[in-house]
Write a protein that binds this ligand. Sequence first.
Ligand code: DGI
Ligand code: FE
Ligand code: FE
Ligand code: FE
Length: 187
Amino acid sequence: MEREEALKLVKVQLTEHRYQHTLGVMETAVSLARMYGADEQKAELAAIFHDYAKFRPKDEMRAIIANQGFPQDLLEFNAELWHAPVGAYLVEKEAGITDREILDAIRYHTSGRIGMTLLEKIIYLADYIEPGRHFPGVDEVRAIAKVNLNQALIKAVQNTILFLLKKNQTVYPDTFYTYNDLIKKLE
Ligand code: DGI
Ligand code: FE
Ligand code: FE
Ligand code: FE
């Protein structure tokens, strides 16, 4: 699918603010893909669609997770996690994207997972450091992303976990698994 068609499909699903975020993720993901040797077209499409389900009603997301073979423990954790797997499902169903690598990059963009692919890492990181993000620590991750993808990803996951802990929020197990897996693989 061409960029313009994908953007059109996504724009109607999002608020203007979230659409601008998506454009930032798109540019960042393509640049990371070029830097780290990933498929730039796949990075672009995955980025465009990554938050496709962000504004779906909770009831619709809950039903998709319950009935379409997703891990049921998602339903016991923060609903903020749901738009990622539900997005992968809907992007395939409604936008006709069938590429497994793209769909998995969407699916795991919020929690990560053990054994993340290069494309999954790029989308997770692009989502975290796109130019529209302004939280504490993001500039440090932006700088590391220019030299070491895994180190930048570790920092992003660490920051996310710390942020959740400080807000007294639950942390989904996959988020911890992602962190542990990246640390174990450090040389
Ligand atoms: O959709 P975005 O806002 O662009 O970013 P995202 O999909 O990476 O994250 C959405 C939210 O999910 C964000 O506020 C942080 C939160 N989140 C990420 N990992 C976890 C989590 N929330 C919980 N409860 N547990 C997690 O492991
Ligand atoms: Fe998201
Ligand atoms: Fe993220
Ligand atoms: Fe996002």
